[in-house]
Design a protein. Structure first.
Length: 202
């Protein structure tokens, strides 16, 4: 039903032990570019989804304060700010690198619930992200062509906002970076969102 292209995407994924010498790596790149140009629209669309899911590494415990990270946003919602500045908000002090991976909302064949997204993360061997992940990603990620909102869904340490249990959502708009909250109980319009998750390091 959903994720019908999962098996088709295996030829796009390179594990660490597949990388070799510089010449071998360049050969992989040239092969990918050739297939991208001549592989037709089907391969091109699968390649786009693969590239959108590539990792982004966060540096936790780097000494930056919550206030400093919040200052990177052009707008922060009142509820989102209250959560970040609360004692409930977990903020790492020990140095740690965390890899984020992204699931494209269009992989679903319907508008998924939060629970359905979290179940898919589990199937992929991914962990749910944290509120700090949302704060740091929004403050440090480079601006890209894909301006869809990134949702940081988690069940641990949920913040209770005015409308109920809430999660942080990072968005781009014409004025820059925005950090807002959405209700966990909401369904997600699949064409508008990407979903962040933690990829465990081996």
């Amino acid at each position: 039903m959903m994720f019908e292209q999962r098996n088709q995407q295996k030829d796009l994924t390179m594990s660490d032990n597949m990388l070799g010498s510089l010449g071998e790596d360049l050969g992989l790149v040239l092969d990918f570019v050739t297939r991208l140009r001549h592989g037709g629209n089907d391969f091109r669309e699968r390649a786009k989804k693969f590239l959108r899911s590539t990792l982004f590494t966060l540096a936790l415990g780097d000494g930056q304060s919550k206030e400093h990270l919040l200052a990177a946003f052009s707008w922060v919602g009142n509820v989102a700010r209250a959560f970040v500045m609360s004692e409930q908000f977990r903020f790492a002090t020990a140095r740690e690198d965390v890899d984020l991976e992204f699931i494209d909302g269009t992989n679903f064949d319907h508008d998924p619930s939060s629970d359905e997204v979290l179940e898919e993360l589990k199937k992929r061997g991914l962990e749910e992200p944290t509120g700090e992940d949302a704060l740091r990603y929004g403050a440090t990620c480079p601006e890209g062509k894909d301006k869809r909102a990134v949702v940081f869904l988690h069940k641990k340490n949920l913040w209770r906002g005015p409308g109920g249990l809430s999660v942080l959502v990072f968005e781009w708009d014409g004025s820059g970076r925005r950090l807002d909250y959405y209700l966990f109980a909401d369904a997600w319009y699949r064409r508008n969102y990407r979903f962040a998750a933690r990829r465990l390091r081996k």
